[in-house]
Design a binder for this molecule. Structure first.
Ligand code: HH2
Length: 290
């Protein structure tokens, strides 16, 4: 199978991107890995591991050296039932890490996992290249931060809020509804001047295992919406339930399996904690398939 080609536009210089009339465009083929760095005390699989900035930066540099295409730095857990965190606290967690990572690895592509316009602005000033919003850029302040600063965004699907998202999520046709809501969110963001959008079905965000399964199986349909698709199944509860592994940190083989499945169906990026294992698996799969 010939791997899909993907592109991401930015109006700011982006490591690895080429210049064109409207700004900068990053091209890649096949599926890349976005490494997860949670600068939080309470993330569901790695909470507290990287709360000290120097540990977060060291882990991020390791992920970059292992072949990550992006490093996603987040300062708030969005696990089911998680509580909101003040933007000042969130910024104090992520901004020093983004700044230090940019200083240490000038070629790294850095994403900031936030739903706050203020945090996004500070992180971009510190060197972030992409905004990753699990709430799908529904806050106009975040949309305008991306638009004014010329930074693309990941628009993930989430109805409601993490605190209550797993309280009986219901869909008629989950694939059709998520695709339509993502398309509408993307079009609203582009109309507001966000330079480009990556779409994400929001695995585990207000969805049952059956919903997650249907969405993972529908990756090709989501990719046909015409934007790069990111999938974040890493260590999530659905995988633990199916694989019979209650401990999130022991779900990396399950994560690699799910992510190879979506890579084969056109995902442009997978968001993963175990970057080295994912990069190896994708390289072998591409070698065998290519
Ligand atoms: N999942 C998490 C966080 N951010 N961003 C995108 N685009 N897609 C995802 O699926 C996604 C995401 C949750 O995982 P994690 O960051 O490991 O946990 P926590 O939210 O507890 O920090």
């Amino acid at each position: 199978m010939i791997p899909r080609e993907h592109r991401l536009r930015s109006r700011r210089p982006l490591p690895g991107a080429t210049r064109d009339r409207d700004g900068y465009v990053l091209h890649w083929r096949g599926c890349g890995v976005m490494g997860v760095i949670n600068v939080t005390p309470d993330s569901f699989s790695d909470g507290g591991r990287h709360l000290a900035p120097e540990l977060a930066v060291a882990a991020a540099r390791e992920q970059w050296a292992a072949g990550a295409a992006w490093i996603d730095v987040g300062g708030v857990s969005t696990r089911p039932g998680s509580a909101p965190v003040a933007p000042e606290v969130e910024a104090a967690r992520v901004v020093p890490v983004v700044r230090a990572l940019r200083a240490a690895e000038s070629g790294a592509r850095i994403s900031v996992d936030t739903s706050s316009g203020d945090v996004a602005r500070e992180a971009i000033a510190a060197g972030a290249d992409l905004v990753n919003d699990v709430r799908g850029l529904r806050d106009p302040a975040l949309r305008s931060a991306c638009a004014e600063l010329g930074v693309p965004a990941v628009v993930a699907h989430l109805r409601g809020e993490p605190a209550t998202m797993q309280d009986g999520p219901t869909f008629g046709d989950v694939v059709a509804e998520v695709a339509e809501e993502l398309r509408a969110a993307r079009d609203a963001a582009l109309a507001d001047g966000v330079p480009d959008v990556v779409l994400d079905p929001g695995i585990g965000f207000g969805k049952t295992s059956a919903h997650n399964r249907a969405l993972l199986r529908a990756t090709a349909l989501l990719a046909d919406l015409g934007s790069a698709v990111l999938v974040g199944a890493s260590r999530k509860r659905t995988l633990g339930d199916v694989a019979g592994e209650p401990e999130p940190e022991r779900r990396d083989a399950a994560s690699v399996a799910a992510h190879l499945f979506v890579a084969e169906r056109g995902a442009a990026l997978v968001r993963a904690h175990a970057v080295g294992a994912h990069v190896q698996a994708l390289r072998i799969w591409r070698w065998l398939d290519g």
